[in-house]
Design a protein around this ligand. Structure first.
Ligand SMILES: C[S@@+](CC[C@H](N)C(=O)[O-])C[C@H]1O[C@@H](n2cnc3c(N)ncnc32)[C@H](O)[C@@H]1O
Ligand SMILES: [Mg+2]
Length: 250
């Protein structure tokens, strides 16, 4: 990163180093990123459904996102980039950890998914004036050093009539019990220290940050774990994991 000297940054070096150290694990569904793999069907179905409806696409089409330019901020190994590219979107995946971008590029090459990866940040890309139909920040907000600056940079890249989607963890007593104590210490789903509860963001705070960036929230979904079915599902309960969808009015 060369721009960090002059430009304000949302990068917390310790956070980015943590993810870079796990780079080899991105595509192992039973590895340290297993929870993201488990989330994938739920969040992809939600993204597909909402993007298709918003842009008036045919939900039965093989490539319903054809012609849409999509940015995935904090893309990690590209677990979302690849399936979204297969749905037809022109996907740019960015991550401040160069190791992640290398793993993601290699995997996309092998799987044949046409994703463009860059080792950079939302704030650097926003400053360069890039614009997208859809901007994603999935499971990233709780790892950035400055939520206001991060959301503002992301929002500024949404074209008029475009969408931003963000998924993160709410800051509640239940999220402490489930996402920290449960997931990291009891069940061992995530490496200990993955999350800092104080960095969790309430839906109201996230919606306010989006509004400050000129976006209006149009959908809120909770994501809850069903231990009997061993799967994640959409829910009206935003108490722990949740996703917000916002639009920039045309
Ligand atoms: C939990 S992973 C989520 C990966 C991917 N979005 C997914 O859901 O599969 C968080 C990612 O955010 C990246 N990250 C950390 N700080 C960031 C920042 N300030 N700006 C953009 N990405 C960041 C990390 O390097 C890591 O790849
Ligand atoms: Mg996280």
């Amino acid at each position: 990163m060369t721009e960090t000297a002059e430009t304000a940054t949302t990068v917390d070096p310790r956070e980015v180093e943590r993810f870079a150290a796990l780079a080899a694990e991105w595509w192992n569904p039973r590895g340290k990123m297993g929870v993201l793999h488990k989330f994938n069907p739920v969040r992809l179905a939600w993204l597909r459904e909402k993007i298709v409806a918003h842009f008036g696409r045919d939900p039965r089409a093989m490539r319903p996102l054809e012609g849409l330019r999509l940015l995935d901020i904090g893309c990690g190994g590209g677990l979302l980039c690849e399936p979204l590219a297969r749905m037809g979107a022109s996907v740019v995946g960015i991550d401040p950890a160069e190791k992640n971008v290398r793993v993601a590029s290699l995997h996309a090459e092998q799987s044949g998914a046409p994703v463009e990866y860059r080792a950079t940040t939302a704030e650097a890309l926003a400053e360069a004036g890039e614009r997208f139909d859809v901007v994603l920040a999935m499971e990233v907000v709780e790892h950035v050093a400055d939520v206001g600056l991060f959301v503002n940079s992301a929002a500024s890249m949404v074209k008029p009539g475009g969408l931003m989607a963000a998924a993160t963890l709410n800051r509640t007593g239940r999220s402490f019990a489930l996402a920290i104590v449960g997931a990291e210490y009891v069940l061992g789903w995530l490496p200990k220290g993955t999350h800092d509860w104080k960095r969790f963001v309430t839906p109201e705070e996230l919606a306010d940050a989006m509004a400050a960036g000129g976006l209006a929230v149009i959908d809120r979904e909770g994501v809850v774990f069903n231990p009997f079915l061993n799967e994640w599902r959409r829910s009206s309960d935003l108490g722990v994991n949740y996703m917000l969808l916002a639009e920039r009015p045309a």
